[in-house]
Write a protein that binds this ligand. Sequence first.
Ligand code: ZN
Length: 291
Amino acid sequence: MTKEPIELPSPASFMANGAKEAFRVLFNDSLYSPSDLNSWTYYHLRSAEFKGDGYCIFCKRESIFVHHDQDQQLTYHRFSTRRAPNESALAEQAWAGTVTLHCQRDRFHTYTFHVRCVSGTVEKIGQYPSAQSIAASDVAKYRSMLPKEDYDELQRAGGLIAHNIGIGSYVYLRRVFERMIARHHAEYAKERGEIDGFGAMPMDQKVEALAAVLPSTVRDFPGMYGFLSKGLHELSEEFCKKHFPLLRSMILTIVEEDYHQEQKALTAKTMRDEFARAKGEATALKDGNER
Ligand SMILES: [Zn+2]
């Protein structure tokens, strides 16, 4: 009997994952919270080129950040062959150093991270600009799209996570989510009438009941609120910190969707009003000509 060939991941996929993970550690990990380190991540942090999307506080918009290949600068012979150390060698590595990322729009826009790798773990021990400044500027572009209360609380959530507080940051995300649902409920009730027993419904039923007016992200991820609530009661601090960026970007996607929806409705209303006026003028002209 012939055995099915086992498909092994290619070296390229290890490299790509290492690059992705290196970027994640720098951009998303909180200070002083070690995570497991694999050899390709180590290799990228120390020498190889990698890039990822992040918010540039200098450009004030999303950009691509690049870590340039520093192979030639390395004196550490193990890396001169462009090979990562094997996993057992990695456990014996101890390295602390600086990793600099450059904004692709302007290479003087630099983000500097201090990283410590020891006993198979990687830990961010410092950075400039601070995660709080990055989070605050990132949210700044949503200022005009959000009620002040939501904007302030999203900033507060970013501030807490920058100070390594995971569970607490979920409180603010949850409050923003709840207010967003309340706004859509008011909108629904105004246009289509009140939903029976809405106030007493659990959140997932509320989401279902409001499906017609909610942004698609809320409908596509029906468990989002459960996740935020679980964060407060059942999940660990580490788990909350790890998944904060995902939940935050889901909330921001909802904010954007809502905003675009509103803008679209406003544009449509302006066009309807102007068209009605134009028709009125045309009728007046016709009447004038016939007289
Ligand atoms: Zn920039």
